[in-house]
Design a protein around this ligand. Sequence first.
Ligand code: ZN
Length: 410
Amino acid sequence: MDKDDLVQTISSAESDDVFRLLSWFRSERVKQANVMVVGCGALGNEVLKNLALFGLEHLVIVDFDSVESSNLTRSVLFRQADAEQSRMKALVAAERLRDINPALNVLPLLGDITHDVGLGLLRRMDVVVCCVDNRWARYCLNRLCMRAGVPWVDGGIDGLEGTARVFIPGKNCYACNLGPEALRDLSFRLSCSSVVKRNEQAGRVPTTPVVASVIGAVEAQEAVKLLHPEELDQGTLTSLCGKMFYYEGQYLASRIVDFVGYDADCPVHESWVPVSPVPLSTRMRVDEALDCLSEQHSCREVEILLPDHSFVDYLLTREEERKFSVMVPDYEVERFVELHPVLRYMPFHQLYQHEWKSLDRRFPYPSLTLREIGIPEWDILPVKTEAGRSYVELVDELNYARVLSKTDEV
Ligand SMILES: [Zn+2]
């Protein structure tokens, strides 16, 4: 053992001792937990740093962005060289977190929570911590967590202000808490079948490292509390679920207000159970997947539903009826149009989008893979047969499994 190892061993032992002084802290439980952090900006950096210090050993980081110089003033895990090389935030964060806690297993997932994270992976999480800056991403994450029955912690920062909230399926729902203006924005987005589904971008919100530290600390603390359900039930610990923590840096004020909503008719409260494993992967073709599901369900007619996105095969111009082949998931159409030499100059209202919301034997492109249709790895698919609706998990691609503490059936 060299000197560095010795220092590390001593410091790990010391931190274990310190945490043991907390009567409620279950060190083994924390070490075995799987936690996902979505978004690796100012807030994500603070949350990840704190979770690593708390001794977590299994983390998934979801982020699609690269490090820029403007991130460096409020991101403890990034350095100038990362910005110069435009390195991916999730990869850099994973590397730096292992410096803080060498026992940490980190899976950096370079993607967008709105369409790149499989529900099979997400349902293995004990808690998800959300550090994004827009409503659409929160809405999508809430929907996934409801399906999987996983609690999540939300944080938001703006200038000298910040908020933190906790949502637990069955108790509190992000969608049920949205005000009329937010609902209007989202309902447009959800019902919109036109070419453009613009991402709601909060733009460049002025944030400070201090507010990110305060809110990130509250988020990490709430996440660690959620890893202690018995203590929460007994009242040894209290949760922010049903409340909102509000911090106002200008006057150093903080308060907790009631923030609970769980409406009976909310469309996102569907729990996707039971889930059956099927030997499928997103590398398989649509026709192979249908064959496999037919066999599994002992019936010829099966339909794979695409509840969150569609597959767009072509765009049609309304006036001249010119047809442009597209062949991408709907969330990639806008980028496709921007890069197209002709379509990019056409007003969006001139374009009609032809799309598929499900896959069955009539789908005209059976040789495409499920990934090309836009289905993320290790996802769960709703399948319709004569017997009704069921949920199948694509278990033939558990290449993420090594990072998690438990991959058995949940
Ligand atoms: Zn709801």
